[in-house]
Design a protein around this ligand. Sequence first.
Ligand SMILES: CC(C)(COP(=O)(O)OP(=O)(O)OC[C@H]1O[C@@H](n2cnc3c(N)ncnc32)[C@H](O)[C@@H]1OP(=O)(O)O)[C@@H](O)C(=O)NCCC(=O)NCCS
Length: 402
Amino acid sequence: MEIRSTTEQDRGVFIDTLFAAFARFPDAPADSGGGVWSALEMDRALLAVAPDGRPVGTAAMYSFELTLPGGGLVPVGGVSAVGVLPSHRRRGALTAMKRHQFAKARERGEFLSVLLASEATIYGRFGYGPATYTQRLTVPRHRGALTAPRAGGTDTGSVEVLRRAECGEVLEAVYDRYRRAQPGALSRPPRWWSLGAGQPPIAPAPRYVAVHRDADGVPDGYASYSLDEPDSLVVDEIIAADDTVYTALARLLLDHDLVSEVVFKHFPPEHPLRWQLVDFSAGQLTRHTEWLWVRILDVPRALTSRGWFGDGELVLDVDDPFLGEHGRYLLTVRDGKADCVPTDREPDLSLDVRDLGAVYLGGTAPSTLVRAGHIRAHRPDAAARADALFRAERPPHCLHWF
Ligand SMILES: CC(C)(COP(=O)(O)OP(=O)(O)OC[C@H]1O[C@@H](n2cnc3c(N)ncnc32)[C@H](O)[C@@H]1OP(=O)(O)O)[C@@H](O)C(=O)NCCC(=O)NCCS
């Protein structure tokens, strides 16, 4: 199976092959662009080509910035549009495309690859671990009252309800400010907004948008929402500069007339909103699932690029079976920064690179994977020390779909 990079001329055949892998048909002629397909970076995509010359597999890569714990912003390749024709599955096409992608990403200097998985069984073998989580919060409208904050945090801003088409630039600016402070968040490149690529509110789908402004009138939050039949108010996302702004927007939606429930589609883990409900048990959390998968391509660079929130040392023995690589590293954290150097010292933890990806952003405690039997702790206190080191300033969250 030959793997070849695509060019702009391949856009049509790429989209046709991808749709055939999913047994679907494009809404419009494949090469006419539109929506998410026009955001494909054809200089980063791959086609798997059968010996008879027919394209049988696809894999795309988007160029995003990922926010790490501590606020570092790093370029990442976002893998998407992965598909292999049913006639050519299980012959190594995806495996060959993954090798190609990793080699190209390293050439570009990227040390992380990310993706959203259609099935959680596919990508562990390639070294990806689930690193952020999301969930759905449903609150019956009549039980949606919020308490007044007991220790301060009163909103001094204002909210205006606009139509999606009226506030594109505001959304873009507010999202960009938010994602720089949220570990696990991805940039939404300006091109995505201008093309209307992705899910609402990037897509120009009809939506109402509650825009929050601070006391000086500067937009610092928004909620994108619409009424689903019959009377469920569905919130695509709330993007807010801080918790007070989030609460102000949530309060407006929870108090919406003539709806029976409010559904927050992408509710962040450990978010304080449930604590603000007068009736704690009113909020039902469902569809708790993994979202962003992280693949580390350079362990020392990955570990020294994120911020840390406690001092300590850890020796990590990291195995990368897919790339046939192995390294033992001494991680030393002082004053929020890490050194990571090869070492011969006895390891504290032995782990697969997929598990390092899973704990990297602080979304899962290393001790959970020790208890799951995936990470081996060589000393009694190793898991607890790793937990203290790997935590982030807040749980990572990503709500960008790509
Ligand atoms: C998922 C998909 C791309 C795999 O492509 P492929 O060329 O058949 O994959 P490979 O032949 O390289 O398989 C590599 C390994 O992954 C395994 N694998 C592949 N797809 C899998 C799946 N859906 N679930 C579990 N394991 C899977 C294979 O069994 C193989 O394992 P092995 O090395 O132990 O034999 C292909 O089945 C497909 O197009 N599916 C429908 C679209 C889709 O789900 N795309 C993913 C979007 S995120």
